[in-house]
Design a protein around this ligand. Structure first.
Ligand SMILES: CN(C)CCCNS(=O)(=O)c1cccc(Nc2nc(OCC3CCCCC3)c3[nH]cnc3n2)c1
Length: 278
């Protein structure tokens, strides 16, 4: 592909993630605002570079209105840096929205939370039920990875990048935050599976309601104990029994009892709410 860095102009730096820096950019030919994520692969082994290539190729295949659109990539061998060009989400991320509402002690509207629930479920459906291939697991769904576009539609971001960097040897593996969203099966050292993404989605939706995660502790061991027990307070009483029921189902500690994407989309409560929205 003929895309080069000169085709873009950097507007500003949005932030730095576990893998590198995210910048807001403008495509010179038409002024379109995008972002790129800069990853320095200099310290990566051959295996990790292979994983990075396959993750980026997976990004290209994920096409959903609720997944951050991948545009292109530029490789700068001189700087051992890959630039992954994606759509810019004007509404920012849910972590920022949650912390602002928490500071102002203002709960989010139930309709807004249902919209996020339904769109996040559809984003996961695209990944878990991919037509031409194996399911892509997000592995790192959390409020900071869920963005909004200018119409407050969900844009699930940073796919795959999490996997590449959770590869044991990569430097970015040093945990920066507390893994509030680890599922019970992960805490019990079992394998990550599609139902683990459902658990994380439940944690994100719970946090949108309560403005704090379902399980909070001051140490990893205490957090693990709480996650294994699976006891959490009901979401604030201002929210309906329907919303509480759906979120509680996603937070079932037994993987087999936790609904799959298709079961969620077929749930009468979800079907009923979607009918009201469309
Ligand atoms: C770290 N955050 C709590 C706040 C810091 C920054 N504010 S913010 O709420 O993300 C914010 C504000 C305005 C616009 C956007 N748009 C946006 N951001 C992305 O990634 C952000 C990046 C992810 C890794 C960590 C650093 C930040 C995108 N990726 C693909 N499209 C993207 N569009 C984001």
């Amino acid at each position: 592909n003929g895309t080069t860095l000169d085709d873009f102009e950097v507007i500003s730096t949005i932030g730095t993630g576990s893998y590198g820096t995210c910048k807001k950019i403008k495509r010179k030919k038409d002024g379109k605002v995008l972002v790129w994520k800069e990853l320095d692969y200099g310290a990566m082994s051959e295996t990790e570079k292979q994983m990075l290539v396959s993750e980026v190729n997976l990004l290209r295949e994920l096409k959903s209105p609720y997944i951050v659109k991948y545009y292109d990539r530029i490789i700068d061998r001189a700087r051992t840096t890959i630039y992954i060009i994606m759509e810019y989400c004007k509404g920012g991320d849910l972590a920022t929205i949650i912390s602002r509402n928490k500071k102002d002690s203002v709960y989010l509207d139930e309709d807004f939370i249902w919209k996020i629930l339904i769109q996040l479920t559809q984003a996961l459906q695209e990944c878990h039920q991919r037509k031409n291939g194996r399911a892509v697991l997000h592995r790192d769904m959390k409020p900071a990875n869920v963005f909004l576009d200018m119409d407050k539609n969900v844009k699930l971001g940073d796919f795959g990048l999490a996997r590449v960097l959770h590869h044991e040897t990569s430097f970015a593996n040093t945990y920066v935050g507390t893994p509030y969203y680890m599922s019970p099966e992960l805490v019990n050292n079992m394998s990550y599976n599609e139902k683990s993404d459902i658990w994380s989605m439940g944690c994100v939706l719970y946090e949108l309601c309560a403005l704090h995660p379902p399980f909070v502790a001051s140490s990893q061991t205490e957090l693990n104990r709480k996650i294994r027990l699976g006891d959490f307070d009901r979401i604030p009483k201002r929210y309906s029994e329907d919303l509480n029921t759906i979120i509680s189902k996603m937070l079932h500690i037994e993987v087999t009892k936790r609904p799959s994407i298709e079961e969620l989309l077929a749930d009468p409560i979800v079907v009923g709410r979607r009918a009201k929205m469309d």
